[in-house]
Write a protein that binds this ligand. Structure first.
Ligand code: MN
Length: 259
């Protein structure tokens, strides 16, 4: 069994170290991760500068790029064979609801899925991030890794796992919930009187709906959400069909007009 680990908090993060240690008993574990924190870079790819990969200790590669870069380098170049599983995490902080579209942790699992490798993204919804805090989440990761290997995942699908900040009561299969954004931008003044802005510094709420990832974690359960890469909103198709877009003609100036 060959398992590739990555994250977006950087190769020195406690969550990644805890994950690597707990998974050793399942097979060979190779870490390929960004050389520094790259949280909230989403699915960014480095296309316009060279990438470096340094093996800082055996099977621990630090990459000078994003989590997505790390997965691509790991699978295509650094590992000499295709891994059986990619696990991204354990992230410092939950990746729940709308927030997972920003997440480098989730994007790394997405990239592995695109490359045909089963993948798990795992995050700890906590305020404290010492090494020991990640023990329960690492145990969850190990059990889920074995389960994914045993059953395989449906095509085009990976799982997003969030672990509560206390001993988990169990696992809940969930759907992606909704964030409530308030005070999303904090405005302050620097010592020279110029304004600066800080995104995401305020308190965020969420819609506490049954069946969602937020609800499960809030109630002390591990949330497991199956995600896929097809962003199409199939339920919106019928409404947009009424716009008759496919009947639209274009005049010489390029402006659209319905016939
Ligand atoms: Mn992170």
């Amino acid at each position: 069994m060959l398992i590739l680990l990555t994250n977006d908090d950087g190769i020195h993060s406690a969550g990644l170290q805890a994950l690597a240690e707990h998974l050793q008993s399942l097979g060979r574990v190779v870490v390929v991760a960004p050389d520094r924190e790259r949280s909230a870079v989403g699915h960014a790819l480095t296309l316009h500068s060279p990438l470096r990969a340094e093996e800082i200790t055996k099977d621990h590669w630090a990459v000078s790029g994003t989590p997505t870069d790390a997965v691509i380098l790991g699978i295509c170049t650094l590992l000499k064979e295709k891994p059986d599983l990619v696990i991204s995490g354990i992230n410092k902080g939950g990746n729940l609801g709308d927030d997972l579209t920003y997440s480098g942790t989730v994007a790394a699992a997405m990239e592995a899925t695109l490359m045909g490798v089963p993948a798990i993204a795992i995050s700890l919804a906590s305020q404290s991030f010492k090494y020991d805090d990640f023990a329960d989440a690492a145990g969850v990761a190990k059990q889920l890794a074995a389960t994914v290997i045993e059953h395989g995942l449906p095509a085009d699908t990976f799982i997003n796992v969030n672990v509560p900040d206390r001993k988990p009561l169990g696992i809940r299969l969930t759907r992606q919930g909704k964030r409530v954004y308030e005070d999303a931008v904090v405005e302050k003044c620097d010592p020279r009187g110029r304004c600066y802005y800080w995104i995401g510094a305020g308190e965020f709420g969420f819609q506490d709906l049954a069946g969602t990832d937020f609800n499960a974690v809030h109630n002390g359960y591990v949330s497991v959400t199956p995600l896929h890469l097809d962003l199409t909103n199939y339920s919106a198709m019928d409404r947009l069909r009424q716009w008759q877009l496919e009947e639209m003609q274009f005049d010489a100036a390029g402006a659209g007009s319905s016939t």
